[in-house]
Design a protein around this ligand. Sequence first.
Ligand code: GTP
Ligand code: MG
Length: 294
Amino acid sequence: MPTTRCGTVALVGRPNVGKSSLLNAILGTGLSMVSPKAQATRLPVTGIHTTGHAQLILLDLPGLLEPGYALQRSLRHLALEGLRRADLIVHLHPAPEAPAPPLATLIPDAAAPLTSQVLVVLTKADLLDPTAREALASSGAIPVAVSEPDTIAAVVAAIAERLPEGPFRHDPDDIGTQPVRFFVGEYLREAAFARLEEELPYAVTVEVEEFREDRRPVYIRASVFVERDSQKGIVIGKGGAMLKELGIHARGRLEALLGEPVYLDLRVKVLPNWRRRAATLARFGFPLPPDETS
Ligand SMILES: Nc1nc2c(ncn2[C@@H]2O[C@H](COP(=O)(O)OP(=O)(O)OP(=O)(O)O)[C@@H](O)[C@H]2O)c(=O)[nH]1
Ligand SMILES: [Mg+2]
């Protein structure tokens, strides 16, 4: 029997460097939400990629940033936790801003030094001109561009050879571990990031109230929360037009994931300051660091 390798791989870096895009490119499907706006990923998304004798359990983590308010402190806490439980850390940094700084400069608050190996990947390499690209190749760094399958294959190979030996932990056909229910909120937020401006997408969160997979179409009832009445008006839009657009986007993404038609029943509700309050963060599944919960 050939040796198999399997391990947890944390995708880390500043917001917007291309972590979710790399996960999707490796999986060959748009599982994780992507946005040109920073701080898109909140709860970590797990993707599984099995190739030959290696199984990569990839954690797409929130971007590391200096937190301002409670939700951001939760996201940083989630990212640090993901880092700690990884067998391998992939530090993503944009190629046009190479070289990457040492990962330690991004996490001066990590409670203990990281023991996992770190692999540096330089993203968005397609944005470099050919001379800069050549200089990068000779530096030994791993450049990647989501539009270039060869570079994705090279990253997968570099990750696979660094994983510990061990049996697969998931069915090789699985691509993720989270229920479709989780992605209802993700794809609604993806639409909000694409269609709403400035601070508004950051004020959006989603709660799924009913998920009936036994019905055709699959029936999903969810509330879209914002922080103020004025935001509620914008999310609903003139005659409900904006909410309809958000729903159409999310429905399309969910139907692709489920392979079934979906009916999405949406309401918009106001929950003042939900991003800054421990109780509302807990309700939406965002843990605060231990020093804030005591
Ligand atoms: N040109 C180019 N753009 C890319 C590439 N990879 C990602 N992007 C773009 O970079 C932006 C951010 O991508 P994401 O994958 O959402 O970045 P992220 O690191 O997950 O961001 P957060 O979740 O906010 O931390 C999006 O507009 C992507 O389309 C790439 O290889 N080339
Ligand atoms: Mg992301």
